[in-house]
Design a protein around this ligand. Structure first.
Ligand SMILES: *Cc1c(COP(=O)(O)O)cnc(C)c1O
Length: 430
């Protein structure tokens, strides 16, 4: 039996026929103590390579890894070399599939590693990618400056645009027959605009043919893996910057891509040859993070709801962007009800005034730190227009709703009264 088979056999996923929830499985799924001298916790397999029991076994592992034989199942893939697989990363991948109910997962050394590998796996010269705007700055750069270099066309649409209108725009572009992927980030960073995953999955189906399936990929970093499950709404691929909520402690950079076993097999091949695999230490840190993922995200969301309500009442605040504040009956509200399980813990808000007032506020923060990144246990604030989204031209920023007076806040797990006191003090400054 291979090590992987021992892992699979050891999965306790039901009690009396009742399926255990992901948060109950995060401490044990995919790992068996017998495999490591009874160690309760999965050790760090800090090794670059693995010893084969025999030359025949080594040959067989490579046949599977390189697809030289097709009569084999995933289960038999043995451990070869840590750029291909490693126990800490395999267990992490298995655990990550539980939240999204995905067939398989591939982890990467960063969110950008996952996103760029997803694009390069499924796109070829001549293809068109339709994508929602704004998207994460790195993704925006990759789409506009790297994919285009390889003859892949990109077409952006504003996140709040009606899907029917986007389809008209696609038709007018004259490139609709070349559509290969719809790429969506929802909620959008930093405006919290929502994009209807189901509607765009339908659009992708309409442009799929028997030879070509138009794929839908969702960057689920802001609400996932707890509060939004894109695969259930028709998406094909889910992407994460695991640096954010999944890691949750602002101490590790990592990413993940989830989807069907068939697609993830191809994504893993790209990962092997680009060399974007995460290391065992990152894998181990993320396994530890996953044990408290639900607790952290729940507390952060509860805090964020209170903070958002507080902000709406403050005389120095002009506007608050937070899904929980969407007006009932609005289109955005309908999308929210359809695909989100909670508003999450990312809030943006406009301070009355402009950049000067926003900076005074940021400089007046004490407990809350002035830093980019998000999703960690500590609250962080930043200025999108001049920081995370500064490479977007001012006119485009305006079209996307990124104002000079906008501050983005990632709400942490601190006592909510302290978070509000810190914000209140900084607002007096502004
Ligand atoms: C941070 C982030 C990324 C990039 O992830 P890295 O781990 O920094 O490479 C991608 N998408 C979103 C929404 C992000 O917030």
């Amino acid at each position: 039996m291979t090590k992987k088979q021992i892992f699979k056999k050891s999965r306790v996923v039901t009690i009396d026929g009742k399926k255990l929830r992901p948060e109950s499985l995060m401490m044990s799924y995919g790992y068996h103590p017998e495999w490591s001298e009874g160690a309760l916790k999965c050790p760090i397999f800090q090794t670059s390579t693995f010893v084969f029991e025999s030359a025949e076994k080594g040959k067989a592992f490579f046949e599977i890894a390189y697809g030289l034989r097709d009569d084999v199942s995933q289960e038999q893939l043995g451990l070869i070399y840590s750029r291909l697989n490693n126990p800490d990363l395999e267990i992490l991948e298995d655990r990550l599939t539980l939240w999204d109910e995905a067939e398989d997962c591939a982890v990467f050394e960063s969110g950008m590693g996952a996103i760029s590998s997803c694009f390069t796996t499924f796109l070829k010269p001549g293809d068109l990618v339709l994508f929602s705007e704004p998207v994460y700055g790195g993704t925006d750069y990759f789409l506009n400056n790297i994919l285009t270099k390889f003859g892949i066309d990109v077409l952006g649409f504003q996140a709040q645009t009606d899907p029917a209108e986007v389809e008209q725009m696609l038709k007018r572009s004259g490139k609709a027959d070349r559509l290969a992927m719809v790429y969506i980030e929802t909620p959008a960073n930093p405006t919290n605009d929502l994009v209807d995953i189901g509607a765009f999955s339908d659009l992708a189906k309409n442009y799929s043919t028997s030879e070509k399936r138009v794929l839908v990929a969702i960057d689920n970093t802001f609400l996932g893996p707890l509060w939004q499950h894109p695969l259930k709404h028709g998406a094909d691929l889910v992407l994460y910057s695991a640096t954010k909520f999944i890691g949750g402690h602002s101490d590790v950079i990592a990413g993940a891509c989830l989807g069907s076993a068939e697609m993830i097999k191809d994504v893993k091949a790209t990962r092997t040859f680009f060399g974007a695999m995460a290391g065992p230490w990152s894998g181990w840190l993320l396994l530890r993070s996953l044990e408290t993922l639900k607790m952290r995200m729940t507390q952060q969301m509860e805090n964020a709801k209170i903070v958002a309500d507080f902000l709406t009442t403050h005389p120095k605040i002009e506007k608050v962007y937070y899904p929980n504040l969407l007006k009932e009956g609005s289109k955005q509200y309908e999308v929210y009800k359809k695909q989100c399980l909670s508003p999450g813990s990312m809030i943006s808000f406009d301070i009355k005034g402009g950049e000067k007032e926003a900076f005074r506020f940021l400089n007046g923060l004490s407990m809350i730190k002035l830093a980019v990144s998000l999703g960690g246990t500590e609250s962080l604030a930043e200025h999108p227009a001049t920081m995370t989204h500064s490479d977007i031209e001012p006119a485009m920023q305006k079209a996307m709703g990124i104002t000079e007076k906008m501050v983005r806040l990632s709400v942490g797990v601190e006592n909510v009264d302290d978070i509000i006191a810190c914000i209140n003090h900084a607002l007096e400054n502004a």
